[in-house]
Design a protein around this ligand. Structure first.
Ligand code: PEP
Ligand code: MG
Length: 594
């Protein structure tokens, strides 16, 4: 800080993607700023020179990535896997050949040709409705930026080379940058760009450093050496805080650490209420590599394995063997006693091949998930064979996504039975009694829950989509996010209907949407008597603590009171007041602003 003139304090609000508080010196990174300029090539000689430059930059980029991979060693998690994905992109035929083609056909420099390739891909990704998958364009952009740096001769600053304990400040970061932060000297990071579902956010969570993204102008506000506070729980960043603010945050940090330790210490205790209602708490995972973190945070099972992630970043279809190895790894994961494998929730063939995308006006309501599987039966069977083979190795369930009525369940069950028959006649061991469940995430499935319950062994409520369809709110449109209200009275009524229908038919009802991991909703979900909750691993300790310290009786009373209100706002206020009174240590500081 300046000696005579104190720097202006700035408080910025972004998206907290990894909880915790850190106070430290900033280190700004600007290597994402390589810009492409266009210049036209006059003759064939220049064309071949540009192609050579491009190929050299590809080689240099690959070498850098391999160096990073070596640096992070055999650390577990998705980091090393992502570096492999980047290398795959660098070597991807379409990526390389279309850039070379652009150089030759349009007679432009390598930088511009690369920009053209990325723009084409961006157009394709923009049409993807699933927020997570759409964000995967980031991986390609990241690889593009790295190649551009090498084309421009700029060195890409290696995070592992940074001296001292610092908070990284950057316009954007890639997961490859984030995985290098696992060294103790990187205290946390903040970025202008980024969203909740980016890989960068996931890696930050898995290595456990506080992070806030989407701050828009943090790079403009902060210089290397500035003191910065990162509150990853509240999504707040304070630049150049005065001593009073620092003291307040030091207190908050102490409080937070004691609380987290306390929650983690007990995270492995069973999730049973004080009056004996047991809740099966599982983890939602996208990658096999997340299992150690899930178990560490107190899950003993996987409540939702989003298998569509096996299909991303690749052009050819995964083989039955690849599927099988993934599923077996999940089922045999250390500390995992059960796993619910959701059959893939892909739309058309859009993530499998970048050629010939099926364009849909409204992909959220298009040919996706179970609808797609029932049309592409052979593709579906490959996955089912693999799940069934893996079921011989542990307690496995099959979960069918986007079920809208009884016919889809019957059709899917017939295919499952057919596959079972084939495997049995081939002498391959399977769990012949494997449980088949339905995701309840389409309003018609709620209305038909009674009939559906007769056909399946369990329900798992997908609130992310259910809220989207019931309240007519596009879950990826930030302009209507304010209407995305899990505690909307209509949603609570739907949940009650599903739980009652399931229980009357004698089947278990779980929830695997984001609502399941939101501590504000936990008492309401207990009041509804859900049998299982599956959530992102980090949410588990807090939710389990609330469960252990609640009774179903008091939660049911809270639910009854909530049901008397007619707006989400009133219900939220009522539940929040209850939570602040009953579980102050479990209440995130930003609830005041909800
Ligand atoms: C849901 O819709 O709530 C769900 C869990 O599935 P996804 O988020 O993968 O659509
Ligand atoms: Mg869904």
């Amino acid at each position: 800080m300046g000696e005579n003139e104190p720097k202006a304090i700035a408080a910025l609000r972004g998206i907290g993607v990894s909880p915790g508080i850190v106070i430290g010196r900033a280190h700004t990174l600007n290597y994402q700023d390589v810009k492409e300029t266009l210049y036209k090539l006059d003759n064939g000689l220049f064309v071949s020179r540009e192609i050579k430059r491009f190929k050299r930059a590809l080689k240099d980029s690959k070498r850098e990535l391999l160096d990073i991979k070596k640096d992070i060693g055999d650390r577990r998690g998705i980091g090393p896997l992502l570096i492999d994905v980047y290398i795959m992109i660098l070597e991807d035929k379409t990526f390389v050949e279309s850039t070379i083609k652009n150089i030759g056909e349009h007679r432009v420099n390598a930088e511009w040709a690369l920009k053209m390739t990325i723009s084409t891909h961006r157009e394709i990704f923009d049409k993807i409705e699933d927020g997570y998958l759409r964000e995967r364009i980031r991986d390609l952009e990241y690889v593009g930026q790295r190649v551009l740096s090498n084309l421009s001769g700029k060195r890409h600053e290696k995070i592992s080379d940074i001296e001292g304990e610092v908070v990284i400040v950057a316009r954007d970061l890639s997961p490859a940058d984030t995985v290098q932060m696992a060294t103790r000297k990187i205290l946390g990071f903040v970025t202008d760009m980024g969203g909740k579902t980016s890989h960068t956010a996931i890696v930050a969570k898995s290595i456990g450093i506080p992070a806030v993204v989407g701050l828009e102008k943090v790079t403009a506000e902060v210089s290397t050496g500035d003191v910065i506070i990162v509150d990853g729980t509240a999504g707040v960043v304070i630049v150049n805080p005065d001593p009073e603010v620092i003291k307040r945050y030091e207190d908050k940090k102490r409080h937070y650490l004691v609380m987290e330790d306390d929650m983690l210490k007990d995270a492995h205790l069973p999730a049973v209420t004080a009056d004996g209602h047991s809740v099966g708490v599982g983890a939602n995972i996208e990658f096999v590599e997340e299992i150690p973190s899930a178990v560490f945070h107190g899950a003993n099972g996987v409540g939702l394995y989003r298998t569509e992630f096996i299909y991303i970043n690749r052009k050819e279809l995964p083989t039955e063997e690849e599927h099988f190895l993934n599923y077996r790894k999940v089922i045999e994961g250390e500390g995992i006693k059960w796993a619910t494998i959701r059959t893939f929730d892909l739309g058309g063939d859009k993530f499998v091949s970048d050629a010939g995308l099926a364009e849909e006006m409204n992909p959220a309501m298009g040919l996706r998930a179970i609808r797609y599987c029932l049309q592409e039966v052979e593709l579906f069977k490959v996955q089912l064979r693999a799940i069934l083979r893996a079921s011989a190795y542990g307690n496995t369930g099959i979960l069918l996504p986007m079920i809208s009525g009884v016919k889809e369940i019957m059709d899917a069950r017939n295919i499952i039975d057919e596959v079972k028959g084939e495997l049995i006649s081939e002498g391959i061991p399977i769990d012949e009694d494997i449980k088949v469940g339905a995701m309840i995430e389409v309003p018609s499935a709620v209305i038909m829950a009674e009939q559906l319950a007769e056909k399946v062994a369990f329900f798992s409520i997908g609130t992310n989509d259910l809220i989207q369809y019931a309240l007519a709110i596009d879950r990826v449109n930030e302009r209507v996010t304010y209407l995305y209200e899990p505690l909307h009275p209509a949603i609570l009524r739907m949940l009650r209907q599903v739980v009652d229908a399931g229980h009357n038919a004698g089947i278990k009802v779980a929830m695997c949407g984001e609502m399941a991991g939101d501590p504000l909703c936990t008492p309401i979900l207990l009041g509804l008597k859900l049998d299982g909750l599956s959530m992102t691993p980090l949410a588990i300790p807090r939710v389990k603590k609330i469960i252990r310290n609640s009774t179903v009786r008091e939660s049911a009373e809270l639910l009854e009171a909530a049901m008397t209100f007619s707006t989400a706002h009133e219900i939220e206020r009522h539940v929040r007041d209850y939570m602040i009174r009953r579980f102050p240590e479990c209440c995130p500081v930003n609830w005041q602003g909800r």
